[in-house]
Design a protein around this ligand. Structure first.
Ligand SMILES: COC(=O)COc1cccc(COC(=O)c2cn[nH]c2)c1
Length: 242
């Protein structure tokens, strides 16, 4: 997978050289490049923002630099990248969308700052490539950079060969539409607290049932919205693997 990121703070992405994403880059699974939006400005002050039409607080990112930046990554003859713009006004970022993005050959991230990017940038980009404004949640950040780090981590870990134990992809929260059951490891007793006996029973059928029941109870308490989204049929057949 090829990933290009355009931002006025390219240094925000230094952490991407670390850990698993660093490995994915090292073994070629992920080809990532970060670009400074100011490379596409031409004035001496390298201006990227201006006051909003219609008034209101703050500044808006100018269309010209963004237009030239996106031109650089969406040449007509090649398969265009999928443009992702983290935004409080976006569609919810979910594990399902992460899986969808993990199948894309080329992702292009535009990091907004200030009050946002001039809408015409997205409108014009949509004539040349798929554009998705993505929200991580109902809150506002200073800019898209942190959101891109989150999205990239969620997507990269789904790429083949990135996670050592691919089995954990099937087990994790949201993989089955439920939250994950509680996890335990040694010692069997710690500060007077015991690991649930069933997990040490070796009875894998019983363990699977216990994990499903815990997952259902936890989801019901913490995320009832996820339960209503579930197809009730699947709950009975659901086989939360051991
Ligand atoms: C068209 O899109 C834009 O102009 C995006 O512009 C901005 C402006 C400020 C901050 C951000 C970053 O995204 C979030 O704050 C965000 C994402 N998820 N939840 C909160 C983006």
């Amino acid at each position: 997978m090829r990933v290009d990121i355009v931002s006025i703070f390219p240094e925000y992405f230094a952490p991407l050289d670390l850990s698993l994403i660093g490995k994915a880059r090292a073994n070629g699974t992920l080809r990532l490049a970060v670009h400074d939006l100011r490379s596409w400005t031409h004035d001496v002050h390298r201006t990227v923002d201006d006051t909003p039409y219609g008034g209101g607080p703050g500044m808006v990112m100018r269309p010209e630099p963004w237009g030239e930046a996106l031109d650089a990554f969406a040449p007509a003859e090649l398969t265009p990248p999928r443009l992702l713009v983290p935004s409080p006004a976006g569609v919810p970022f979910t594990q399902a969308l992460a899986h969808e993005l993990a199948a894309e050959p080329h992702l292009l991230f535009a990091c907004g700052r200030y009050e946002g990017i001039d809408q015409r940038v997205l409108d014009h980009a949509a004539t040349r490539m798929p554009v998705t404004e993505v929200s991580l949640g109902d809150y506002v950040l200073f800019g898209g950079e942190v959101a891109v780090l989150v999205i990239l981590e969620a997507v990269t870990r789904l790429l083949p060969g990135v996670l050592g134990n691919a089995g954990s992809l099937t087990e994790e929260s949201h993989a089955h539409g439920l939250l994950e059951a509680p996890m335990y490891t040694k010692p069997a007793t710690w500060r007077g607290l015991d690991v649930p006996e069933v997990l040490r029973s070796g009875d894998h059928g019983r363990i699977a049932r216990w994990r499903r029941d815990e997952a259902l109870a936890r989801t019901g308490h913490r995320r009832p919205d996820m339960l209503t989204a579930l197809d009730p049929e699947s709950l009975d057949k659901r086989d939360v693997a051991a």
